[in-house]
Design a protein. Structure first.
Lengths: 151, 423
């Protein structure tokens, strides 16, 4: 069923993994005991970033559903309400109670202007409380905004 | 006070009815609206319409379904004339074989998976090394331990036996006169040498037919789906405001369902109407002795990106923008080490043994595995030990039995059963 090179590659990959080690595994295995935020903390925003530099609002392109590969649009303004274009945005997330991240590597694919960005490749692989995080690096500096979503 | 015998008789005859209604109300009241919503999300009724497959332009062509069905059962598509897809994916056994490892021309190093509802799954195989049903089908055909043949052989089989059906769907079959009867990019040296001796145009002609074999088989497989189970009927009862009795499940089975969505945390991975999130997780399943090391998804994620027949390949009918699953794929993460595809739990009680190499013989052993949550042989198990009593494990097992409803597939035409006499 599988060729010798297949197993050699798999073996090398395994070796690479054991050499690299993995430190956040304990969190993975036992969860984090994180407590679910209050109902008011959930939703697509507007949501103020940790250091109040930006305000972000998610505009899902379809209703958020578990297991589907989805696109989202996000609108970003600065503290004065001015649209922020040309920002570098990294997407991250996971389930704090389960200690796992996103099952895919979503990313910003377009800056549409007017502070709007398209994010593609988002998947939530189970129901429950998810964190969806945007690390924004723009004119007003670097900051992170975290959405709590209920799938 | 005098009680007339008819009153007693009436009370006695009503008694079963009254208690039934009473038990029914009790059972219904035990679920919160949130739980009812969660339970309903597991019902087959919540299943999405068949997702389109833009990489296969004949996916919904009835002529391709018919051709694919014939090919699925045709043992001429093998090196020894004795193996078809149905050798391991038996329609009467939920499209699997009930063996720990599969036997074709040789023995595989993983267990046969069911074919049912795989059209809903973005990645195929225990390690997800294929990203469509048609490209999946091309794996076993050239695997030395499954069908054991080569694509040149299969192209000749099509030209000799399915010319009319094939050409009606895919157009004229190119001239194969100068193509050797055995040739393909396989480990076997003579076949590989013959393949290397062909011109690019000849190789493309053969591979084109090979790909279309896969696309026709996929069109057939798309129609293989699960049938509703007792659990689904129970959910129907739950959701109806009328007094439909919910006796579809026994109290033990209902208790098992409660554990499944609650304390036992099974829906963390076995969620949605197919009871799988279609993802890959390391659950610490032990290795099967004497098999080569298996890195699961860690290797599969890399393989699918390099696959000759993936969504972005020139054999795919999709444009690359439609290959989002590959675009946003996670590779190389240590969480992928020994992560395997979460199997659907539909019909699970009908198809022991369990896990990717049939490591666990019974559902009892599976549940004991989840209770103990042993350390993984490589990588890290995502499971936590469960604090469940013996009777709770039995209730979970009872619940798993309610998920059986069989499969539906296109009916078998008379002509299809004839070539497959090997079983
Ligand atoms: Cu989770």
């Amino acid at each position: 069923m599988k060729s010798l090179p297949y197993y050699t590659a798999a073996g090398l990959a395994m070796l690479a993994i054991s050499v690299a080690g993995c430190s956040h595994v304990a969190a993975m295995a036992f969860g984090t005991g994180a407590t679910r935020p209050a109902a008011g903390e959930f939703g697509v925003g507007p949501r103020v970033s940790a250091e109040r530099r930006y305000v972000a609002t998610l505009q899902p392109q379809q209703a958020l559903r578990p297991r589907q590969l989805q696109s989202m649009r996000v609108s970003i303004v600065d503290a004065r309400g001015q649209a922020v274009d040309g920002a570098n945005i990294l997407v991250d997330g996971g389930m704090p109670q389960h200690g796992h991240g996103l099952p895919t590597k979503p990313r910003v694919t377009k800056n549409l202007g007017g502070g709007l960005y398209d994010i593609e490749g988002v998947r939530f692989n189970m129901g429950g409380w998810w964190e969806f995080k945007l690390a924004i690096r723009g004119v007003a500096g670097a900051d992170t905004v975290t959405f709590n979503l209920d799938l | 006070m005098k009680i007339h015998w008819t009153q007693i008789a009436a009370a006695v005859s009503l008694y079963p009815l009254l208690t039934a209604v009473h038990a029914d109300t009790l059972q219904r009241d035990l679920w919160t609206p949130a739980e009812i919503e969660q339970i309903s999300s597991l019902s087959l009724r919540a299943l999405d319409a068949l997702p389109p497959d833009p990489s296969n332009r004949v996916a919904d062509d009835p002529r391709a379904v018919a051709l694919g069905q014939s090919l699925f059962f045709d043992t001429r598509l093998s090196s020894n004339g004795r193996v078809s897809c149905a050798t391991c994916h038996l329609p009467e056994r939920e499209f699997q074989d009930g063996a720990p490892l599969a036997s074709g021309v040789g023995t595989t190093s993983r267990r046969t998976m069911t074919v049912a509802a795989t059209a809903h799954s973005p990645f195929l195989f225990w390690d997800g090394r294929k990203d469509s049903q048609w490209s999946q089908a091309l794996g076993p055909l050239e695997s030395p331990v499954e069908h054991g043949g080569t694509r040149a052989q299969y192209a000749h089989v099509i030209a000799a036996n399915y010319r009319t059906e094939y050409e009606a769907i895919f157009g004229a079959i190119p001239d194969l006169k100068r193509i050797p009867s055995i040739a393909g990019p396989v480990p076997e040296a003579a076949a590989a040498r013959a393949w290397a001796g062909l011109s690019d145009a000849q190789r493309d002609a053969v591979t084109g037919i090979y790909v279309n074999i896969g696309k026709a088989i996929a069109a057939y497989e798309r129609r293989i789906q699960y049938r509703a189970s007792r659990f689904d009927r129970y959910v129907d009862g739950l959701r109806q405001a009328t007094s439909t009795p919910q006796n579809a499940l026994s109290p033990d089975e209902v208790a098992g369902l409660r554990l499944f969505i609650g304390k036992a945390n099974c829906t963390q991975c076995h969620n949605g109407p197919l009871l799988t999130n279609n993802e890959f997780h390391n659950t610490g399943v032990p290795v099967r002795p004497r098999l080569p090391a298996d890195a699961g998804r860690l290797a599969g994620a890399d393989t699918v990106l390099r696959d000759e027949f993936n969504c972005r390949s020139r054999w795919s009918d999709a444009n690359p923008a439609q290959c989002a699953e590959l675009e946003y794929l996670v590779t190389g993460a240590h969480t992928l080490q020994r992560a395997f595809k979460v199997p659907s739990l539909r019909n699970v009680a009908q198809r022991a043994p369990y896990m990717h190499a049939g490591q666990l013989a019974t559902l009892r052993e599976v549940l004991d595995h989840y209770r103990r949550a042993p350390a993984a042989p490589a990588g890290h198990s995502e499971l936590k030990p469960l604090r469940l009593a013996a009777n709770e494990l039995q209730q979970l097992e009872a619940f798993l039995h309610t998920l059986s409803g069989g499969t539906t597939a296109p009916p078998m035409p008379q002509s299809v059963t004839a070539p497959n006499q090997n079983r």
